[in-house]
Ligand binder design. Structure first.
Ligand code: GRF
Length: 212
């Protein structure tokens, strides 16, 4: 899909580590399964393994180290600058381990998505899979949501449930959830670029596919 001017729509991906969700999104977009182009992968950590993966896929990458900025707002303005330079319309957080400033969130209204490894609103924050096990949950899963000013709290776009097995460890549960995360995130970003997400208050309605 292209804009009226004929240029493809673009998204940026923010990571801090391994970047397997970034890779799933980038590969899907490069294969034409998402009607948009991955414009840039930005990490706040120079050592993030995902940067090498992105480079291997031929994507532009940037390191914006948060330690180089005096405060969160300054760091976020630098990240915003790189996203804008690359024409990113949508921002996908993919294991990005930083809270966002209110001004960054306001700069991309309903245009920031995040993936979280639990069925929100259960188990927000760090170590969601461990939280689920420690709570004794029988079902966990993953959630893609719009990002608002609070942590893991924005309107939910899509979720997949993953049963907790009797013998699950944090590692085994995380592995099964991660496989679902990759599918879920690709599907949600596809819906975004198909212009099928309608935000009504906290509720995200998914419009029928044209002709479908
Ligand atoms: C994923 O579990 C994601 O849900 C969470 O951080 C992890 C990132 O993994 N926000 P990866 O870097 O995408 O492999």
């Amino acid at each position: 899909m292209a804009t009226a001017a004929g240029t493809p729509r673009r998204f940026g991906i923010l990571i801090s580590g391994r970047g397997s969700n970034m890779e799933a999104l980038a590969r899907a977009a490069l294969a034409g399964e998402i009607p948009a182009r991955p414009a840039v992968v930005i990490s706040n950590e120079a050592s993030a393994g995902g940067l090498r993966v992105a480079q291997g896929l031929g994507l532009p990458t940037a390191v914006v180290d948060h330690r180089d900025s005096a405060d969160r707002a300054t760091h976020d303005r630098r990240v915003q600058g790189v996203l804008e330079e690359h024409g990113a319309e949508l921002v996908c957080l993919a294991g990005y381990m930083r809270l966002l400033s209110a001004s960054f969130v306001a700069a991309f209204p309903a245009r920031i998505l995040n993936i979280h490894p639990s069925l929100l609103p259960a188990f927000p924050g760090l170590d969601a899979q461990r939280q689920a096990l420690e709570h004794g949950a029988k079902v966990s899963g993953c959630t893609v949501h719009f990002v608002d000013a609070d942590l893991d709290s924005g309107p939910i776009i899509a979720q997949t449930a993953v049963p907790v097995a009797e013998d699950d460890t944090e590692a085994s549960l995380s592995r099964r959830i991660l496989a679902e995360e990759h599918r879920l995130y690709v599907g949600a970003v596809r819906l975004y670029f198909q212009d099928r997400l309608r935000l009504e208050g906290r509720r995200v309605r998914i419009a029928e596919a044209p002709g479908g």
